[in-house]
Design a protein. Structure first.
Length: 445
């Protein structure tokens, strides 16, 4: 049997593409080496958030007095948290499998390897069987990057994020190398469960890709809370749990290394003409590579390593294959991102610094989140910030940057405004329910 589409990788890009193409009546085969859902569902977004939510419940219970609630003998069971995390993941994986089954998509569990390709046919081998397809979509994702630091390899004290999520017990203390999104979310988890945390970041600030003013508020709070944050600090070597950085030695039971991820190109060696860009697959605005019948979506493209970006890329790519009119494109300027620290950070669009680099004159509006009555009622002692970047000439909304709970739940409204090019006058006509924290967008814009 020759399929219309063969997909390698069953993460958010892969299963989204499979479902969309199958619904259109096309024959689809999806290869997944591990579990459906990819990194995000199995060893990333979902298990991390499950544990973070458990830690947040414990943290809230131990800080309930500021809301007039007294809780005695508060404790947590980390093994129970891990068990719940596993159950959540299994249910979601089963849900994806059922959805694909409902659309009659062929799912093959095993390592898939491209054997050959012509403009008419791609041949793939898996588990000793051969499969042919008119089109190939590469959704092989990414893997944890291991930096070339002396002492890091085969070090029993060193974890990556997958190791940390699988750990049966909490470490007595931990050093986190890398103050990006993954590093700061783990810093939040461990800190709220009482583990001493040190974060070492080589850049001048943690979360270097986000708005500096918003990040500074988080860093200040975390330092006051007892998290040691060392920025502008380069790790030079490791010896067990001892980390030498900028000539100083820091020690902990575990060292979590989270300095980024790299595209996974395993099994694609036969595509020797495939064009790459900095180790990732280069693709156009429709996720099409330089090879006529080969597409790439998700982390393997190195574009923006977020699950919702991967899923949207898959939708666009399948739409292009099906020649759906009008052809859709991805609005990369309106991709929302969230850091699940406590408080949360959420943002969409450009920052002031990026606007300056692009020579765009902007106006900046800033409001503390306390302008929202709901925020005041539920976030005792917190201030937060809502920062809006607008074009000084036409007053269109270019960026929104937030810190304060639960900004992850309403950043999509700001994303919609940026995506549609709303002006401040147009956005002010949108009615927000009262009382909600989301009203801060209306107040600021």
């Amino acid at each position: 049997m020759k399929y219309f589409l063969a997909i390698i990788g069953g993460g958010p890009a892969g299963y989204t593409a499979a479902e969309k193409a199958s619904k259109a009546g096309k024959d689809v085969v999806l290869f997944e080496q591990s579990s459906l859902g990819g990194t995000c569902l199995n060893v990333g977004c979902i298990p991390t958030k499950s544990l973070l939510y458990g830690a947040k419940q414990y943290y809230n219970a131990t800080h309930a007095q500021k809301y007039g609630v007294t809780a005695e003998n508060v404790a947590f069971d980390f093994a129970a948290m891990q068990k719940r995390k596993t159950i959540v993941v299994r249910k979601l994986v089963a849900g994806i499998k059922q959805r694909l089954n409902n659309e009659h998509c062929t799912v093959v569990n095993g390592f898939a390897k491209v054997e050959s390709r012509t403009d008419e046919c791609v041949t793939i081998s898996c588990n000793g069987e051969t499969y042919e397809a008119e089109n190939l979509m590469i959704c092989t994702g990414s893997t944890n990057f291991v930096p070339p630091i002396p002492g890091i390899k085969d070090n029993p004290a060193v974890w990556d994020s997958t190791d940390a999520l699988a750990a049966a017990e909490l470490p007595k203390s931990i050093i986190i190398v890398g103050g990006g999104v993954i590093g700061m979310e783990f810093a939040t988890l461990y800190h709220e469960l009482g583990v001493p945390v040190t974060v070492i970041e080589a850049m001048p600030t943690i979360l270097p890709n986000l708005d500096p003013e918003v990040v500074a508020l988080l860093a200040e709070k975390y330092k006051k809370a007892g998290i040691t944050i060392l920025t502008g600090t380069k790790v030079e070597s490791l010896d067990g749990g001892k980390v030498t950085a900028n000539g100083e030695v820091y020690e902990a039971e575990r060292v979590l290394v989270s300095v980024g991820r790299r595209a996974n190109l395993n099994g694609l060696e036969a595509l020797n003409e495939l064009e790459l860009n900095r180790g990732a697959i280069k693709m156009d605005e429709f996720c099409k590579t330089n090879l006529p019948n080969v597409y790439a979506c998700g982390d393997v493209t190195g574009k923006i390593m977020l699950a919702h970006v991967a899923a949207r890329q898959a939708e666009v790519a399948v739409g292009r294959m099906l020649k759906q009119i009008p052809l859709q494109r991805i609005a990369y300027n309106a991709i929302p991102s969230v850091v699940y620290t406590n408080p949360e950070i959420a943002s969409v669009g450009i920052t002031e610094a990026q606007a300056a680099e692009m020579s765009i004159p902007v106006e900046v509006t800033k409001l503390p989140m306390t302008f929202s009555g709901r925020f005041m009622a539920e976030n005792e002692g917190e201030t937060g910030l809502c920062k809006v970047i607008t074009d000084a000439k036409n007053h269109s909304i270019l960026g929104v940057h937030l810190i304060g709970n639960p900004c992850s739940e309403f950043i999509a409204a700001a994303s919609f405004a940026v995506r549609m090019g709303y002006t401040t006058a147009e956005f002010q006509q949108v009615v927000f329910p009262h009382p909600t924290v989301s009203e801060i967008l209306h107040e600021a814009i």
